[in-house]
Design a protein around this ligand. Structure first.
Ligand SMILES: C[S@@+](CC[C@H](N)C(=O)[O-])C[C@H]1O[C@@H](n2cnc3c(N)ncnc32)[C@H](O)[C@@H]1O
Length: 399
């Protein structure tokens, strides 16, 4: 029996060992009670090429692979049997790349068993699997373990040397490097990480994404805090219940880690389970990396189209419906990107004459862009039939 919770939302100390034990068993024999899989949610054409042994060890609760494109470099956190990685392999194609990460040797063995035959079947090899904790994606546990086998630690000096080697590995041979992925996906795994490591986990998700990259995460959320009895139950920890995020907290975790454009893509209507009156269901969230960086004044403006009377961005800037708001070059790019999270919501207005030398822009506060700033100081009124003052002849941009 595991140590009981202290009643303040603390997980038992042995959560990780219990999760390892349960999923090592789940890698060998299908466990029906683990999470809420539904074969029907995956794209059938992609699923049918996979071996039964992999498909039946489905312990997911959503399908983040649907939001991945051809050519993407993808990391799957908690890749389990490898099912999603092999679905993703077909989606991203030969120009893309998929890295599955799991800390469970039994799961990795199962996933790797089909690496060669499936590469042959697809006609390309673009999948690899790494052993790492998803809250510490820099440390390659296979390399760390190999080092430990050669330098067994029996005292504190040995332990310190091992810690130093782990740090070296994180720096020099990270399992997943900084700015590596276009997309990080995960299906029903984040809840399994101990509460004290969850902040670090979101930091890792952010670290390994490229600027402009996105996280698409399916996980179990709850409508109220899990009860003390739930938190004390080891089965409910490894069964993706006790560590579930309260739904609004799940989104806040992305925001706190520096993501923007955070959006609920899917939310199961009916709860998957109800425990002590608390509802547990699956939710898929997408969040983007890329709002960090310097701000430059390029005399641009955005107009929020509506339908709401106004909206706020993640940094508290207010965009009233229909009003030209001054924004820096970076924000202009984010809000008007046709492939970004705000696609179709803002109208971008560029200055008549591009800014030759952009100066730093003070992004604190909200400012309306005077149309005269957009038109430029030398802009002159024109009457019908007359060329505008900025027109320098046929072919000129503004005529
Ligand atoms: C609920 S299963 C989901 C597996 C897979 N994503 C799927 O959809 O079938 C959780 C998986 O995450 C792995 N896992 C749990 N906690 C982990 C952690 N902290 N670091 C790495 N892997 C972890 C487990 O070994 C297991 O394979």
């Amino acid at each position: 029996m595991l140590e009981r919770t202290n009643g303040h939302g603390q997980a038992p100390r042995e959560v990780e060992a219990e999760v390892l034990r349960r999923y090592a068993h789940g890698a060998k024999k299908r466990e029906a009670a683990l999470c809420c899989p539904a074969k029907s949610r995956y794209e059938k054409d992609l699923l049918k090429k996979l071996p039964k042994e992999i498909v039946e060890k489905d312990y997911g609760c959503g399908d983040p692979s649907r939001w991945v494109n051809a050519g993407d470099t993808v990391v799957d956190l908690g890749s389990g049997s490898g099912k999603a990685c092999y679905i993703l392999a077909q989606k991203v194609g030969r120009k893309g790349r998929v890295t599955g990460v799991d800390f469970n040797p039994a799961m990795l063995e199962l996933a790797r068993k089909y690496q060669r035959p499936l590469a042959k079947r697809f006609g390309f090899r673009n999948v690899e699997f790494k052993r790492a904790r998803i809250q510490d994606l820099a440390l390659d546990l296979e390399r760390a373990e190999a080092w430990l086998a050669e330098h067994p630690a029996s005292n504190l000096d040995g332990w310190n040397a091992f810690e130093a080697e782990c740090e070296r590995l994180r720096q020099e041979a990270p399992a997943v490097p900084d700015d590596f992925a276009d997309v990080v996906v995960s299906n029903c795994v984040l809840n399994l990480v101990q509460p004290r490591d969850k902040e670090r986990l979101f930091g890792e998700l952010f670290r390994v994404l490229k600027k402009g990259g996105r996280a698409v995460i399916s996980d179990v959320v709850c409508d109220e805090e899990p009860t003390a009895a739930t938190l004390a139950d080891p089965e409910l920890w490894s069964g993706c219940i006790a560590g579930a995020f309260r739904e609004e907290k799940f989104l806040q975790m992305f925001e706190a880690a520096g993501f923007h454009g955070i959006e609920i893509l899917e939310r199961q209507e009916q709860p998957w389970q109800v425990v002590d009156g608390v509802e547990y269901r699956s939710m898929t969230v997408r969040a983007f990396k890329g709002k960090q960086g310097p701000c430059y004044e390029c005399l641009q403006a955005v107009v929020y189209r509506g339908p709401f009377s106004h909206v706020f961005d993640d940094d508290g800037h207010r965009y009233p419906r229909g009003v030209r708001m001054a924004v820096c070059e970076k924000t202009f790019g984010l809000l008007t990107d046709p492939h970004g999270p705000y696609a179709g919501q803002f109208i971008g207005i560029e200055p008549h004459t591009p800014v030759a030398v952009a100066h730093a822009y003070d992004c604190s506060g909200d400012r309306v862009r005077d149309p005269r700033e957009t038109k430029g100081r030398d802009f002159k009124e024109t009457r019908e039939g007359e060329a505008p003052a900025c027109c320098s002849g046929p072919g000129s941009k503004c005529c």
